[in-house]
Write a protein that binds this ligand. Sequence first.
Ligand code: NZQ
Ligand code: ZN
Length: 393
Amino acid sequence: MKDFVYFAPTEVVFGKKSEEQMASLVKKYGGHKVLVHYGGGSAKRSGLLDKTIGLLNGSGIQTVLLGGVVPNPRLSLVREGIDLCKREGVDFILSVGGGSVIDSAKAIAYGVRYDGDVWDLFIGKGECYECLPMGCVLTIPAAGSEMSSGTVITNEDGNLKRDYGNEYCRQKFAIMNPERTFTLPAYQTAAGVTDMIMHTMERYFSHDDDMTLTDAVAEALMRTMMDEVFNVLKDPSDYRARAQIMWGGTLAHNDITGCGTTSDWATHQLEHELSGMFDVTHGAGLAAIWPSWARYVYKENVSRFVRFAVNVMGVTNDFTDPEGTALRGIEAMERFYHAIGMPVSIKELIGREISDEEIEELALKCSWFGKSTQGRFKVLSQADMAAIYRMAR
Ligand code: NZQ
Ligand code: ZN
């Protein structure tokens, strides 16, 4: 097993009525004047936003509101949030929502403390070693931002979606009540499960073969998510299944499945360009690109793909034909994506074939304008990226 550091400092408060504890948690972590950050309407419709304001104000905590975060959160709202927090003297940010709201909050929290343009952090022009403290009330299991060190923001100027990874933005606490996810539309539920399985696969497809325990955890996580998603699609109010999925989304991205492995992350970067250009749902974009990535790279380590096919996808191992077994695992994954309503090509994702010019632009952006490779299972050049987009078109 490779050496590693495991750091997951977020206090998780999980279960029914867990949101009742939000005021005491905010106080515990030093919040007096809180920016309550939320999205486009689900938190209002469910009554969770009013409840949040009532609980905080009722405990003597002042609140400042900023809603309107959209999926693939935008830099312009982040800038507005930074100005608002500075003007109002906000000392804590509470997100009520999913990955987009939490990421927007993280970027605001950095921006308040960063002496420069916050976008610098996302394009490798700067580093920030502090930010406002934050907590969240999670309403959709998917991105895993509630325990991750990542922050993903889209700059409307050029439609660039970029990730900034740094430990300082870890949430002080994450409140997770599975009942709050009953209202999720089927598409968002399926895209969320696709994202969490992908977070596990990014860590699983590695050349490090001596990580037995980490592999076993990853495989159990993927199999469980693939079983339980059908239960919640059948019955959106199935608390037991929703709870498995909610905890799975967190475990998939708090790095517990990355201990001792070399992660890949090429599929994520390939997808971020699709989200940036076409404003698609992140999880759906991953499903559209992964089968092509997998077919492009599987020969780098066929036995890893065989293990995935057999242990995760339930494919029978044909010992005389490892490549055939590996490919049947990828096909089985495509059938799973289709079964939960996810696309397996860009055409299925956006409703049309992308042009050669769009493929070249995606590959250019994905390679950071020719300056960077992507992935570690197979190190992808800009030409490789274009080839994968072409396969996925
Ligand atoms: O805006 P509202 O009205 O709240 O609607 C949201 C949104 O339309 C809706 N929703 C959320 N909770 C709901 C609900 N609808 C009904 N009932 C509820 N309980 O769901 C839609 C999607 O929400 P969003 O926050 O965008 O979803 P997700 O958690 O998948 O976040 C996606 C973003 O996270 C980034 C993605 O790239 C994308 O921008 N990621 C962040 C990561 C990180 N910070 O570590 C890692 C991931 O790989 C990912 O890149
Ligand atoms: Zn993701």
